[in-house]
Design a protein around this ligand. Structure first.
Ligand code: C5P
Length: 226
């Protein structure tokens, strides 16, 4: 079998990128972080003043959506970084505020249609591991291998909290948990492509297993499928 596309979906802070990056590394595939694309759109809208605590100026965002160019480049340490209109925004898009904004702009149909179009183009030649919320259901419904990751909200909040702390982001565990729960609610109840498990996805609850065990599980599954 030639190269395939692999979809990794699940709730926020579930470790999707860890397993997706690990698979891409093992297989020599390209990893694509679809959430970073929604985050970049949110950052663009924040900078323009189109997102406030209570509202989004979706008419302005829609009018200017074609001005948003998102790309990925690998840095000297082999880490993928996100670029918005040629500017490296990797650090800026990882804040809780932008994560929240991303979850809000991702509920807009015109944002999803534009990003899904770009994501499908990236997967045309296969050999892509993409993580997100709708990869197995909407972006690559024909993907040969689909993983749906879950973990308890408390475990996810603790992981995200440690990650943000390590990056010098001054947050509390309580705020991080509230953010996780708020995003879960929004991601699963939105009208446009709500987060759900594709019927042919394989579910893995990684609350209590190590990263090495997860990757081993995913490689075993991959080898069974291909
Ligand atoms: O995965 P990450 O937390 O970086 O994604 C940020 C937000 O973008 C999510 O909360 C979700 O609302 C949205 N998203 C999405 N569809 C994707 C990827 C992310 O709606 N494929």
């Amino acid at each position: 079998m030639g190269k395939i596309n692999i979809a990794v979906d699940g709730f926020s802070s579930c470790g999707k990128s860890t397993i997706a990056k690990g698979l891409a590394r093992e297989l020599g595939y390209t990893y694509i972080d679809s959430g970073a694309m929604y985050r970049a759109v949110a950052l663009f809208a924040y900078r323009k003043g189109w997102i406030t605590d209570t509202e989004i100026d979706d008419a302005a965002l829609q009018m200017h959506i074609s001005e948003i160019d998102i790309s990925f480049k690998t840095n000297s340490e082999g880490q993928q970084e996100t670029y918005l209109n040629g500017e490296n925004v990797e650090k800026e898009i990882r804040s809780l505020e932008i994560g929240n904004g991303a979850s809000r702009v991702s509920a807009l149909g015109f944002v999803r249609r534009e990003l899904v179009r770009q994501q499908q183009a990236m997967g045309k030649k296969k050999g892509v591991v993409m993580d997100g919320r709708d990869i197995g259901t909407v972006v690559f419904p024909d993907a040969e291998f689909k993983i749906f990751l879950t973990a308890s909200p408390e475990v996810r909040a603790q992981r995200r909290y440690e990650e943000l702390q390590a990056k010098g982001n001054p947050v509390t565990y309580e705020d991080t948990l509230a953010n996780v729960l708020e995003r879960d609610e929004r991601d699963t109840t939105r009208i446009e492509s709500p987060l759900r498990k594709a019927t042919d996805a394989i579910e893995l609850d990684n609350s209590h297993i190590t990263i090495t065990e997860q990757l081993q599980w995913a490689m075993d599954m991959f080898n069974k499928i291909t």
